[in-house]
Design a protein around this ligand. Structure first.
Ligand SMILES: C[S@@+](CC[C@H](N)C(=O)[O-])C[C@H]1O[C@@H](n2cnc3c(N)ncnc32)[C@H](O)[C@@H]1O
Length: 214
């Protein structure tokens, strides 16, 4: 494991999260989904979540309700991607892709639906935020999720382009991120540098969010 970026508030590791043995106050992560080995390696997902989450508040993007990695969650949130549907467009027309679930452990029992525009190529609303990472999550969504998490230091063991790290900084927390793929480490490192240079990332319409309490 190598440190790719570090200051008093954030540490970005380049390496395999199975090798990380530290501690954090909370885990907020978007692991590679089981069954999507074509996109990212997935062999670390179950062992790492089972080691890190029990006893630690956690929010977890997760595809299915049949198999929970760490027992039945206290709440299940829904991310409604608010993708504009155009009759002649492929975008947003696949119902299963319009929603994702977020499992909540130790962060309260209230379920929420978050309507936040997805970060997608050719989607002008997120042009300023878009990185080449294929499953980048919207900063505003992760920021709202973090409001539900207590604890000074947030860990994202599958941090991709670093969205959780930036959202943690924006909500006044410390962050630790781990990413195995050098390309995404470099993207996350550049985002962190830009955030520190500007005080924050410039936000766009994509960051507007509505939350409906369920
Ligand atoms: C779904 S993506 C996360 C995207 C992120 N939320 C964002 O907004 O950019 C999951 C990431 O986990 C990384 N990954 C897969 N196996 C890993 C491992 N063993 N250790 C660390 N990172 C890993 C993948 O390379 C991928 O970038």
């Amino acid at each position: 494991m190598k440190i790719a970026f570090q200051n008093e508030n954030v540490t970005l590791w380049h390496g395999d999260c199975r090798e990380w043995s530290g501690k954090a106050d909370a885990v907020v992560t978007d692991p590679p989904y089981p069954g999507r080995e074509d996109l990212f390696p997935t062999d670390a997902v179950w062992p790492v979540l089972r080691r890190l989450i029990p006893g630690t508040p956690a929010l977890l993007f997760w595809p299915c309700l049949a198999d929970f990695p760490c027992g039945v969650p206290d709440a299940v949130h829904v991310w409604h991607k608010s993708v504009p549907i155009h009759p002649r467009s492929e975008v947003g027309n696949v119902a299963g892709h319009q929603y994702e679930r977020i499992l909540s452990y130790g962060c309260g029992a209230r379920c929420e639906v978050f309507r936040v525009a997805a970060v997608m190529p050719n989607f002008a609303a997120c042009a300023d935020e878009l990185t080449p990472h294929p499953t980048q999550k919207p900063l505003a969504l992760v920021g709202r999720l973090l409001e539900r998490v207590k604890g000074a230091t947030v860990l994202d063991p599958f941090c991709g382009s670093g969205t959780t790290l930036i959202a943690a900084l924006e909500t006044g927390r410390k962050a630790i991120g781990i990413e195995i793929d050098e390309r995404w480490v470099e993207v996350a490192r550049r985002r962190l540098e830009r955030w520190h240079a500007q005080g924050r990332l410039s936000l766009t319409a994509n960051d507007r969010i509505e939350a409906r309490h369920g």
